[in-house]
Design a protein around this ligand. Structure first.
Ligand SMILES: *Cc1c(COP(=O)(O)O)cnc(C)c1O
Length: 429
């Protein structure tokens, strides 16, 4: 469920007509529903009720400062994967003891910043990383709480680019070698082993791969305790999928996911962390765009939008499907036609949908891409010198820009032209 519904024939974001925001901000823009964000966070929090737990929002799904502030206010922890995301979480008021640092290539500088600023735990993904962290922590006279991210060799059965739990993926330490690396960690100065971490991928639409991974984690945790490690925390990662179409997909609910967690690791008495990103932000956001032209093609007509792959890259990058809906509600009986929905960028890859059945459109009409709140704005670029797409947040009848569109002057001024470069005037004729 989300808060983007038609009312009186007009798509609304909570209580605000989307067309009203479009008139004020211009298109394209992202629009987030704060009620949906909070609702999704609370579903996870409730799913783990009774277990000692922390829901760490995966900042990379959508790192807008307003979203982080909203979730931090609701009690969320954060999962960060860079020094930049760590700084964002701190700026949103998240205390260090609620921040988990994940990622396969943390630099020494990032480790230092997190150790000095406060951190709940580092999820360590390799032996060289473990040694670097030990060195930095010891040199600062600090102790780094760590979990090792283990790679359970489980097929998440999701898109290849976002599957992370197979042995051939770059992530984590092979679970078969985990005991050995834990033993090494236990001997290192500046390192406090607190738990086990796993994250097998994103957009998982069934529970079976989670079950397989969590059973392996539980078994490992018991073994490690037997080896003398004080395993008191399990980080079970993120990855629960969302429905991208309204009809045929029904991924498991957070409550079912919570029940699985209880069943697989509940008896260990560990504090449980989860790191959901997509499920919290995905269906809490839409991308609003305007039709520039309707162009007749040899096979079918093209809907040319003012949004492009630089604003929402998921269709080009992951062959992702986003429902596309008109902002003015179409008549029930209107015949649907197949359109190729494309942007203005000079690449054939700049295609959002092929042969999509849609109601008739005219130039100037507004459309909305649903389920665009996660891995949308954060992956946007200024390719083709298209200004970075702005973002809006709605709460009830209130709304505000949470990131403004840069002007072309600002974009151009970000580049620096060295004074030793020959200019037009200094060129010989
Ligand atoms: C990306 C990522 C997540 C979030 O995944 P979602 O599919 O958005 O829930 C959580 N943990 C880690 C380590 C990640 O890399």
């Amino acid at each position: 469920m989300d808060h983007f519904l038609y009312r009186n024939g007009q798509l609304h974001a909570e209580d605000v007509p989307v067309a009203e925001i479009a008139a004020a901000v211009g298109t394209p823009f992202y629009c987030y529903s704060s009620a949906t964000l909070l609702r999704h966070f609370r579903l996870f929090d409730e799913a783990l009720a009774g277990l000692d737990h922390l829901v760490c929002y995966a900042v990379k799904a959508n790192s807008n400062q307003a979203i982080l502030t909203l979730l931090a206010g609701a009690g969320a922890g954060m999962d960060v994967v860079s020094g930049g995301e760590y700084a964002r979480a701190r700026a949103a008021g998240v205390p260090g003891e609620r921040i988990v640092f994940s990622g396969v290539g943390k630099t020494r500088a990032e480790m230092r910043v997190a150790l000095e600023g406060g951190i709940r735990q580092f999820n360590v993904e390799s032996e060289p990383e473990l040694e670097a962290l030990s060195e930095i922590a010891a040199s600062l006279g600090r102790v780094a709480p760590i979990a090792l991210r283990v790679n359970p060799d489980v097929d998440a059965r999701t898109h290849a680019k976002i599957a992370t739990g197979k042995s051939e993926n770059k992530f984590g330490i092979p679970i078969a070698r985990a005991r050995e690396v834990y033993a090494a960690a236990g001997r290192l100065p500046g390192i406090d082993v607190v738990g086990v971490d796993v994250h097998i991928g994103s957009q998982l639409t069934e529970l079976a791969p989670f079950r397989a991974a969590y059973e392996k984690v539980a078994e490992l945790a018991r073994m490690l305790r037997g080896d003398g490690h004080d395993i008191r925390r399990l980080d079970l990662g993120g990855g629960l999928g969302i429905p991208y179409t309204r009809s045929n997909e029904a991924p498991p609910l957070p409550s079912e996911y919570g029940a699985l967690i209880r069943e697989t690791v509940g008896d260990l008495g560990c504090e449980v962390e989860i790191e959901p990103g997509r499920l919290i932000a995905g269906n809490a956001g839409i991308l609003v765009s305007r039709v520039i032209y309707v162009k007749s093609g040899a096979e079918r007509d093209f809907l040319i939008l003012d949004a492009a792959m630089n604003d929402l890259v998921r269709p080009s990058m992951y062959d992702a499907h986003h429902d596309i809906v008109p902002v003015v509600e179409p008549e029930v009986a209107v015949p649907l036609l197949p359109f190729d929905v494309v942007g203005p960028v000079c690449e054939t890859g700049d295609t959002f949908a092929r042969a999509r059945a849609l109601p008739p459109f005219a130039a100037g009409d507004l459309v909305a891409f649903r389920s665009a709140g996660a891995y949308g704005a954060v992956m946007a670029s200024e390719y083709n010198t298209r200004p970075l797409v702005p973002e809006v947040m709605v709460s009830g009848t209130r709304w505000g820009q949470v990131r403004a569109r840069p002007t072309l002057d600002e974009i151009i001024a970000r580049d620096n032209v060295p004074d030793w470069l020959p200019t037009n005037e200094s060129m010989p004729d």
